[in-house]
Design a protein around this ligand. Structure first.
Ligand code: SF4
Ligand code: SF4
Length: 182
């Protein structure tokens, strides 16, 4: 029969010798391969103790941003939800009360904001669409979870720490993203 490629090999059908029948030589050959790899540079790391650095353009878990006063930037305009190709974002808007001016930057704010991480493809279109610099994709990723509900990230999970009340956590969440458009 004509071979389709030149990679075919003839199978050796000779009866096995006594040495081959106890597989000792093959076991030794296998152990030699293992032994050789002990001295080679490892391709793996001990995650989560060790972590690889991400590319500067890595797009990870979304963060809902605050301004320098700590007020939430999101005005619940819905542009991110419209732009999202995976329909992963849902929100409910509410009107800001006169006593809430220190909490919300605009007259309307997101009373509820959710992202379904099982749908999200981390494309970054929500960040592109937002006119208020209220959402961006950070350099972390959504950790593993045992339930589907655990992947529905609520506003409390997404909101960046308060820059005045918790400046260290705020700076850490901001990471490389130092510039904020006012
Ligand atoms: S990153 Fe893309 S898929 Fe994920 S919520 Fe934003 S727009 Fe939707
Ligand atoms: S995150 Fe931005 S685009 Fe989305 S609702 Fe809030 S202000 Fe609008």
């Amino acid at each position: 029969m004509q071979a389709l490629t030149n990679r075919s090999k003839l199978v050796d059908r000779r009866p096995m010798t006594a040495l081959e029948r106890i597989y000792l030589w093959n076991i030794l050959k296998g152990m030699m391969i293992t032994f050789r790899h002990i001295f080679k540079k490892k391709a793996t790391i001990n995650y989560p103790e060790q972590k690889r650095s991400f590319s500067a353009v890595f797009r990870g878990l979304q963060i809902l941003n605050r301004d320098e006063e700590g007020r939430e930037r999101c005005t619940a305009c819905g542009l991110c939800a419209v732009a999202c190709p995976a329909e992963a974002i849902t929100m409910e808007g509410a009107e800001r009360l006169p006593t809430e001016e220190h909490l919300y930057r605009e007259e309307k704010y997101a009373a509820k904001y959710e992202i379904n991480m099982l749908r999200c493809i981390f494309c970054g279109l929500c960040e592109e669409a937002c006119p208020k610099d209220a959402i961006y994709l950070s350099q972390t990723f959504a950790p593993a979870n045992y339930s589907r509900e655990g992947f529905i990230y609520k506003k409390e999970d997404l909101l960046i720490p308060h820059p005045k009340e918790n400046p260290e956590a705020y700076a850490k969440a901001l990471g490389e993203r130092k510039k904020i458009n006012n």
